[in-house]
Design a protein around this ligand. Sequence first.
Ligand code: TEU
Ligand code: CA
Length: 547
Amino acid sequence: MERDWWKRAVVYQIYPRSFADANGDGIGDLKGITGKLEYLHELGIDVIWLSPVYQSPNADNGYDISDYQDIMTEFGTMADFDEMLAKAHQLGIKIMMDIVVNHTSDEHKWFLESRKSKDNPYRDYYIWRDPKEDGSEPNNWQSVFSGPAWKLDEQTGQYYLHLFAEKQPDLNWDNPKVREEVYRMMTWWCEKGVDGFRFDVISLISKQPGLPDDAEWANGPHVHEYLKEMNERVLSKYPLITVGECPGVDDKQALLYSGSDSNELNMIFEFEHVSGSSKHENRHGKWDSLPMDLPELRTVMSKWQENLAENGWNSLFWDNHDQPRCVSRFGNDSEEYREISAKMLATCLHMQKGTPYIYQGEELGMTNAYFESLEQYRDVETLNAYRDLTERDGLSHEQALAYFREISRDNARTPMQWDDSANAGFTTGTPWIEVNPNYKTIHAKAELADENSVFHYYRKLIRLRHENPVIVDGRYELLIPDHPYIFAYSRTLGDEKLIVLCNFLDDYVDIPDTISEQLRGEVLIGNYDNHTQRELKPYEAVVWKLS
Ligand code: TEU
Ligand code: CA
């Protein structure tokens, strides 16, 4: 197999808990996924990124792993996994595992041992520190999920570090035994036949020596040494697709992780384009952030396109299980424009250079959940933030809920909308999180039957990528960089040239003459039935293949 097959691939992310429930307990499972592989085959994707399916007490829906070589009870058995993998492979679909090794669950056997005593052989698998003289936390780090990043363990009178929830203690990567365990576990999955890995918060594994107050967490002093070691010991031995989730990594550092000569990872996820407008000053972290407007978004995306052009590779995404739905955030989820703007966003992303990632339901134009009450939320981050926002920051209940409706992770975690039967066909039982009430009109069954649906549009975008090398390898160039509403760029390979035009406005916009006079040839794809060389309709997207 070609080593860089992943450059031609389109990845589909499954959040198993919310995908398909085969046994009626309200929780998605592996048999549910197996039953939907034909659907994904029809969509045409190459790879599934499977959010964690390992044994877990689910403090963070599987991102807290208690056994890396066992399947979560609610999701099924290892036999179910093997069946899913075999069926996927028969259909030509590869499986990429989500590896969460910055931390484990506090119920992992290593941690259960580690907390027993200061001289336990597993003590040094985690990060333990004495309290300060006044008994307080060893430093001022605040957990991503609210409160101090340290938890006092009565048994030994020391604190352990948890950058995320209390139930997610951080592993000590400076301990070679920890690294050995991780490589052994990954090798076990490779031998089983999985095709790649997505590495959770891999930019955070190397901690700053001395753990100083206010330290940057990302890009610690040994992170590249450890990733090169992992590459040498495991990744280089198999034809894998690898992507590192890299909060805090900029476009220059990205090349250290994923440059073609870095011997670390194939690509990374960066978060600049989904981290909110920098023109707006956030007072409550991510909660009161505002989406970037088109000029800001375009500047960020273009910068990544250009900086990784020669020696790197982009991962392209709008959505994942941590982000609100892109049609609600960057498009327009009103009845009038939902479908057209979902297709516009898809075009804008899928015609760029890199590997596109589709998050489950994005291919249907699924929208934010817009929950009305706190009781509908399940996410640990959201629930902890509620306490901070109301008790610490003094915001009203209504204000906190208004923020959640825009940005809570649960917006992306409502069940997949399969059809218009009860609970959107996701489960015959009671779903673990409520189904979006708009499932009566937005669902896969209707979209499969309608050749103008968002689903069929994604299907066509994927097919175009598979058939046109210019979409994979073509040089990216930003056009009309100052236009307030149109995101325009070209892709060039040899004498082939594409011009991609995306209107982010809910109104008609003239195409500037400099572009308009070039538009001769064939339209590869567009989200309206007809198009002109002179103007774009509201949220219109069109891709011209010049001749
Ligand atoms: O997310 C890591 C991450 O960067 C978080 O800051 C993320 O942006 C979070 O959702 C804040 O809003 C990864 C996983 O994708 C996430 O689901 C996990 O909860 C987290 O790591 C801990 O494992
Ligand atoms: Ca189930």
